[in-house]
Design a protein around this ligand. Sequence first.
Ligand code: B12
Ligand code: SF4
Length: 536
Amino acid sequence: MFLIDSYKFINCSILGFLHKMEKKILLLKARTGMDDPSPPMSFSFLSSIAKEKGYNVLIENLNAQYNTKTNEDIVELIKKETPSIVGVHVFTNAARYSYELIRSIKPYCKLLIVGGPHSTACPEEILDVGADIAFIGEAEISFKKFLDAINSKKSFKNIQGIAYKDRDKLIHNGNAEIVNDLDSLPFPDKKINRKSDYVKIKDEINNFGQILSTRGCPGKCTYCFTLFEKCFRVMSAKRVFEEILYLKKEYGVDVINFIDDAFTINKKRLYELCDLLIKSGINVKWTCGTRIDFLDKDMIIKMKESGCKMIILGIENSIPKTLLEMNKILGINGVTNPQEYVKRADDILMWCEEAEMRVGANILCGFPWETVENMKDMQKYINRIKRKITQGFYGGVLQPQPGTIMYDKYAKEYGFERWWKYKKPLFKDDYRPLFMTHYHQFWDHLHNNFFNFEKEFFNEIDKLYKIMGKWNLYIFSKRRFKNPLVAYFVYQTTFILSNISMLLFYLSPNLERTLMERIKKFSYRFKFRKGDKRLN
Ligand code: B12
Ligand code: SF4
């Protein structure tokens, strides 16, 4: 096998050789234990480009729930398929696992490239692990230029948006050129994914129905990482509608999940899209996430009329100091202070209830300035709003991502610089105790304890996430089982089993696994069903 250092690549000495090889690219995502409910959109965008340039594209998302391949299997796959390029997607929480994958496959790769949020935030670290090239920022333009360079035997050393090592010196060509006209993007190629790798959740998440229709966000939240930069761009309503028709025709999709950071920011476009959906009568359901200050009563009514079934609201918190420090208040739509923010969230929840719109809420706590009293107030707040949260609570406990203000400000002070490299994973493999599946989903976030929380604070934040977990369990049972008695029985039983699981886990994680693994597998079938094999 070939072991060639990046410098030689950049100096084109093997470009002629790559040029002659079969054009084949293998895209990989490491197994992390936090399953992906749907295929990564990044690979779909990259695949459309690679295919346009004449490449045969293979994908292995080891993080998909039913993909059972190991890093060793991937080594064998590379030996068998001999791809000319291997690409790995890396995000920060998965860095440790991605690095294991990179180290295992490196000796067998002709050219190893990486991309994704962590590659954008920490390119040098990834190059040191063994990647030849790290892509920085959104990669459509840089990746296309990169493939063009290989195809035409030209050097890619000046392409904007890549980093590499020239001998031991880091060459960082800055952020990638951004795609200004999102309408110019090809439809993401989803055919590359195996549907049987993914769970199937009827009516809620249609794994293949994801659309990214905007890039960037006008918000400036101090905990948020964005590789799309602050420059906000939207795809036109007409182009979004065409993508919906395409997904419906090609993949039989009838539920669209918009994965935009804040889908409703451009009100005019939202109304145009709603009108197109209403007039067409195609009867597609859709879901989205957004900020509470970019939504109003009329919008909710219009969205509902056009088939929107569920909105995930980025409420995040209700503590005045946290809202201010997070930078949540932008002064938009009359929300100019924390009191107005909480009031706005209440209004939105009321309007959603009136419109019979299902609602999820993102909640984020665990900031270094938060106090025991704050967590008690948050518990009251969650208890007050929970009846209006009909989809579930999401979010988690703050994990400071590199490249965010929160990380830059506190990493040194609290001693968690490069935490993703050394923070011990709580679990040796990808088994998670039963209680984390149904009830206390963010338990591992809590235990990262970035800000050295005192025991009392820890207990209160733990209580807070249990309140949300219990509510999630309750509404999930109600949604999943139509008969109220069955739903109640399932809710109570799962709640009791989750508590037993937690108790056993505190006694001994091995004991929990021995006694609970089979129950967990059984209960999983009700939560997730395996996708069919149509798209192999
Ligand atoms: C949808 C989504 C999810 C879905 C994932 C669904 C899926 N199958 O992937 C769910 C809800 C499960 C999820 C969960 C989590 N997520 Co998330 N998620 C997103 C979101 C909103 C969109 C991701 C997306 O598809 N973007 C569109 C694609 C096209 O962008 P992309 O993946 O970055 O890829 C582009 C480039 O990075 C590059 N690229 C990517 N890979 C590669 C590889 C190669 C070889 C090359 C050349 C280029 C390249 O090219 C692509 C095209 O430009 C982003 C925010 C955002 N706006 O991106 C957050 C985001 C990715 N999530 C984030 C986080 C933190 C998480 C969690 C860890 C949260 C948590 N603490 O539990 C979990 C991890 C779960 C897991 N499975 O392991 C962070 C990551 C930050 C970081 N530094 O890593 C983000 C950026 C949100 C944020 N603003 O903080 N998430
Ligand atoms: S958290 Fe949401 S609203 Fe805030 S900057 Fe990030 S994407 Fe925008």
